[in-house]
Each structure stands twice: as C-alpha cells, then as structure tokens.
Design a protein around this ligand. Structure first.
Ligand code: GLU
Length: 424
C-alpha cells in the first residue's frame, strides 16, 4: 500500500527512486545473494507521527514527523534526524536506505534508519523547536532505544537537539539513557571529535582518492556546495592542507575567489551571522554558475539530487566528494563515468559522522571515554581502509566506486539476512 503510494510519485530527482536505481545497478554483482535483494527495496518499518505543539502565540500547530527503519539485519537502526520544510516520507526512506548501505560499507554493527520532521526550523523560536523535538521523540519512543534504533544529528539538527531527545527518552523510560542518541554535547556523554567527524571523513577519503589519481591536495582548487557542519569542517581541513577553496555556496549565496577564500573568515561569518555573503575578498556569483567553476575537487555537501546530468556535463573537477547524502542522480553518474571523473560516493565519503557516532555509543555503553587523538586515528584508519577495499573491488569488477561500495555493503547485509533466515 505504502510502496504503491510511493511508486505513484515516481519522478527523476526523487531520492527514493535514486536509491532504487542504485540498487538495480548492484544486483548483477551479488551472485546467489541477489535472491534476497527485495529486502533492500522494502523498508522494514515506517512510523508517521503527528507532532502538535502550542506555539509562542498560543495557537496550536501540527507538524508531520517520520522515523524509517530501513533494515535491521546487521544491528540496531542508526541514522540521523533531519528537520527541514521539504522533508517527505520518500526522502526519509531513501536516507534510511543509504544509512543501511553506509553502515555496512564501513562495517559498523548497525542497520539503517532515518528520521525527519517537516518544518523550517528558522521559523521556530528556541522554545518551539524544543517542544517539536520533545513531542516527536516521545511519539517515536516505541521505535528508538540504545539497542533498538539510535538517532543522531543531520540537516538542521545539532547537539542541543540530541540533548533534548536524550532527556525526553530518559524521562519517559525512567533511566538516564545516554546511548539512545549520538552527537550529544560532550558534557552529556557525547564524543570528542563528533562534530567535525563527517567533514574529516570527506577530507580523508578525498586525500586517499587524490593520492591514487596523482592529484596534489596542497595546490588543488576546491568548490564546496553547503557550508553547514559538513562543508565547513571539510573546508577547514582542505585549507589547512594548502588547498585553495575557490568557491562556496550556501542556501543564500555563492561566493568565489580564484586565489582561495579565507576559510577562517567564512567560518566566523557563518557562526556569527549564519551566512557568508559579505566575507572579504570574495565575489558573488550566480548560484547556477557554481557548477561551471574551474576547480579540481567538487564537494556537494548540501542536499540530495543536486548533480543532474546537465550539471555533470559542465563541471570542471576531476574528483567529486559526496559530503551530502544522495547528491548525484543516476543519469549524472553515467555522465561522470563517461567523462572519467572520479566520484567518492556518499556511503563512504560522509561515513565519518556515523563512525564517530559508533565510537560515542561504545563509549556510552562502557562509560569509558577516549581522547580526541584516539578518536581521530581510529576514524582515519576505518574510513581509509574501507575506501581502499572499495577501490580494490572497483578495480576487480571494473565498476564505479559507487557500485563497488554498494557491492561490498550489500554482500554484508544480505549475508546477514540469509544467515538469520526468514521468521517464522
Ligand atoms: N546524519 C549522519 C549521516 O547521514 C550521521 C548519522 C549518525 O551518526 O547516525 O550519516
């Protein structure tokens, strides 16, 4: 019923259709395990919740929330909570599917899940945002838990929102359940290094891919779409390594300087004003011109479905690092492949966040906390080794890194599925 509803909305650029097209492309490489492929196309569990809150002006508003557990074969559900005015069920299904693949691609003992609330958080006061978060958490309380499904930050959610979620779940269960969410403040069982972990993973996978292409990071030109948690942390690391970040696009503007933008100033402007349009020594360019910028590395780190086939024809970069989830449409993948442009796919490129979420969860269970140095080293090892394995599979099968990453991940997921067998 639900899937037939989704099929009725088939259109290019729909994230769930992108996810399904990516699954189609991996099936020929799964051998006997392909027998179980339908389990990748059917989310295990979907909860749609009504989130009513009293607004500051006394009116009651109802918001729609979702939690999708896509697959739990390899462990509890894991994946973030997104708060955005355009969130739809199909988008959350796709994001949950990509979490299943991502967690398996880097071999974390998790299934895949994702949550969403459809509201523009910039229209809410702090108090209203807290009420929305708490009521949503309470409504999805039947699904989440430290060994069941563990939310984390995603687009427009942060450590404060995780603290409210942890508190709401704890109040409802009569416990202090730090392990129910990750990405919490460090003072509440959060992990050092978590905030910058996704950007760090983008940088580390970028360095490994660049090394294999003989592309020198220390004089590479980088263009970044999105200057939130992922884009800004990646920008800082690339700039620190000597690369020139020549273009940044956020939701309000696109700024350019072919000598390289001062990233410290951009981060400061973003922190203080939430925008980057008046950073010194930058020129404002048209949003669509972002895709024509002369650069070596392009980092889509905003929302899905940004890299269309037409834009893929225009880009100048030799390497695309998918900081966002699902930024590239399947037709664009074909264009990039034909043009010999390497793409480090989202399911490995942005896995740094969930890897350190895993470290946070392990630390919460053992109540023993690691140093930032230990965390960063473990993250670097896991993500670079996982990418090396994906490069080997890509070479062996003569496929793109995306198909290789999906092959590695789907083999693990479907093997677990097969070993567990069907119940009853
Ligand atoms: N939202 C992040 C992602 O898309 C992190 C998820 C997590 O840490 O569970 O990978």
């Amino acid at each position: 019923m639900l899937l037939s509803y989704v099929n009725a909305h088939k259109k290019s650029g729909n994230a769930w259709q992108t996810y399904l097209a990516q699954i189609d492309r991996v099936i020929p490489y799964l051998g006997e395990l392909a027998k179980w492929e339908q389990s990748l196309r059917h989310p295990k569990r979907i909860l749609i919740v009504d989130v009513p809150i009293e607004m500051d002006d006394g009116n009651v508003h109802h918001f729609e929330g979702f939690r999708v557990q896509h697959n739990l074969s390899r462990g509890p559900g894991k994946g973030g909570l997104r708060i955005h005015q355009d969130v739809t069920l199909e988008e959350v299904m796709a994001l949950a599917g990509w979490m299943t693949i991502k967690n398996a691609a880097v071999n974390l003992p998790y299934g895949g899940a994702k949550g969403g609330i459809r509201v523009d958080p910039s229209t809410l006061s702090m108090k209203e945002l807290e009420k929305v978060t708490r009521r949503y958490t309470s409504e999805i309380g039947l699904l989440i838990g430290p060994t069941k499904d563990i939310p984390a930050p995603d687009v427009n959610t942060n450590s404060q929102i995780m603290a409210w979620m942890m508190d709401t779940y704890s109040m409802n269960s009569g416990t202090t359940a730090t392990g129910v969410v990750t990405g919490k403040p460090v003072d509440l069982g959060g992990s050092l290094g978590r905030t910058k972990a996704t950007g760090r993973g983008v940088f580390m996978t970028g360095c490994e891919a660049a090394r294999r292409m003989n592309l020198n990071i220390s004089n590479a030109r980088v263009a970044i779409q999105g200057f939130g948690n992922v884009g800004s942390a990646a920008a800082e690391l690339f700039a620190a390594a000597g690369a020139k970040v020549v273009c940044i696009q956020d939701q309000f503007c696109t700024v350019f300087n072919h000598h390289g933008i001062d990233i410290t100033a951009a981060v400061k402007a973003h922190e203080e004003k939430g925008r980057i349009d008046d950073v010194a020594n930058t020129e404002r360019i048209n949003a669509e011109a972002f895709w024509d910028v002369d650069c070596d590395i392009l980092i889509p780190a905003a929302l899905e479905s940004q890299l269309t086939a037409a834009r893929a024809q225009r880009i100048k970069a030799k390497l695309v690092l998918e900081g966002a989830n699902g930024p590239t449409l399947p037709e664009a993948d074909d264009v990039l492949n034909d043009r010999g442009i390497n793409v480090v796919p989202d399911v490995i490129c942005n896995a740094g966040g969930v890897i350190v979420s895993y470290f946070e969860w392990v630390q919460d269970f053992s109540s023993f906390f690691w140093t930032e140095n230990e965390i960063n080293q473990r993250l670097d090892n896991i993500i670079v080794q996982a990418l090396q394995r994906i490069f080997e599979v890509a070479d062996k099968l003569k496929v793109s890194l995306r198909v290789a990453a999906f092959t590695v991940a789907c083999e693990r997921i479907l093997m677990a599925r097969q070993l567990r067998g069907l119940y009853p």
